[in-house]
Design a protein around this ligand. Structure first.
Ligand code: PBG
Length: 340
């Protein structure tokens, strides 16, 4: 008789047949950087995460490196936003400054630069917004639309600025059509032929981004992102997005969010045999933190969930589904938990 419990009798036996291993080598820690000095501003909806000025970012990064996390991904919060997202491609913007500081002080740390315009736009959308006359394409609230092709130029400019500053990987998260090709061409033209692109290829229009929009101060001021991000109902469409990004030159393709989209991760891995990343997003982080309530911001411990056990289970599921890379706000904690 087959008895599957035979191999579950002891921890050693279970470890012997464990199919999926977790390691710190696959983790990327997101960090929010803003102007100023000695700024360490807690993000209300993401306990344990902060908006950091460059000096504080360096301290944080040092600790991240010390526990063995190999990579960070940077999001910038500029002092001023406008309708052209000038801060996104300013050579002395907050992200290029942070990249230069990180690469100088911690050269071994991989620095990924998120490439998007929403944090830098006064209206919070990921592209150039235009008022449309009545006919066609009035696809945001109030007759506004996002101008895809005009946006590509700015994204490409931003990617070159981050590469110039020393970013190891650029990661477009805007979901404009053709952005990977535009960024690849711009990087190559500047001699950055070996700079990898990690594209947020299958990025869904998700309510799980709520806390991030507080963190990055990037919530759209009108309308929503459904005219550029994928409908959560669609996996075929997600696969077409991934196919296009790979054709256009993406070196790593990302699925985002993670938890509710593991079928997508699995199919992307099976179909494309490409390095796959998942983004374990802010809402996924906030849910667990709220249920576990590990002492921040209040000191009472709710304990509805065991944070460490739940997070290790989630991370194992991401890897089991086919993710090579996990972008997660728990990267630093994970490194400690894995050591223990
Ligand atoms: C920017 C961007 C977003 C996230 C990463 N890059 C927000 C959005 O699309 O609204 C979400 C990350 C998270 O929720 O943790 N386009």
């Amino acid at each position: 008789m087959t008895r599957l419990r035979r191999l579950r009798q002891s921890a050693a036996l279970r470890a012997l047949v464990r199919e999926t291993e977790l390691s710190v080598h696959h983790l990327v820690q997101p960090l929010f950087v803003r102007e100023g000095v000695r700024v360490r501003q807690p993000i209300r909806s993401m306990p344990g995460q902060f908006q950091l000025s460059v000096d504080e970012l360096l301290k944080e990064a040092e600790q991240i490196v010390a526990v063995g996390v190999p990579a960070v991904i940077l999001f910038g919060i500029p002092d001023r936003k406008d309708a052209k997202a000038s801060g996104a491609y300013a050579a002395n913007g907050v992200v290029p400054k942070a990249i230069r500081a990180l690469k100088q002080q911690l050269p071994g740390l991989l620095v990924v630069a998120d490439v998007c315009l929403c944090e830098y736009m006064s209206h919070g959308h990921c592209g150039i917004v235009r008022k449309t006359p009545k006919v066609g394409g009035a696809n945001l609230a109030g007759g506004y639309r996002v101008d895809n092709d005009a946006t590509l130029k700015l994204l490409a400019k931003a990617a070159v600025v981050y590469a110039d500053a020393g970013a190891d990987i650029v990661a477009p998260s805007d979901m404009m059509d053709g952005r990977v090709a535009a960024i690849r061409a711009a990087l190559d033209a500047r001699g950055f032929v070996e700079k990898p692109i990690m594209s947020y290829a299958a990025k869904f229009a998700s309510a799980f981004y709520g806390p991030f929009r507080e963190a990055a101060e990037s919530a759209p001021q009108f309308g929503n992102r459904k005219t550029y991000q994928i409908d959560c109902a669609n996996v075929e469409e997600a696969l077409r997005e991934v196919a296009l990004d790979i054709e256009e030159g993406a070196d790593i393709v990302m699925v985002k969010p993670a938890l509710a989209y593991l079928d997508v991760v699995h199919r992307v891995k099976e179909q494309f045999h490409h390095p796959v990343a998942v983004y374990n997003v802010s809402g996924e982080y906030a849910m667990v933190k709220a249920a576990a309530r590990s002492g921040w911001p209040r000191t009472d411990v709710r304990g509805w969930l065991d944070e460490k056990a739940v997070v290790l289970e989630m991370m194992t599921a991401f890897r089991r589904a086919g993710a090579d890379i996990i972008v997660t706000y728990w990267a630093r904690d994970m490194a400690r938990w894995l050591e223990g």
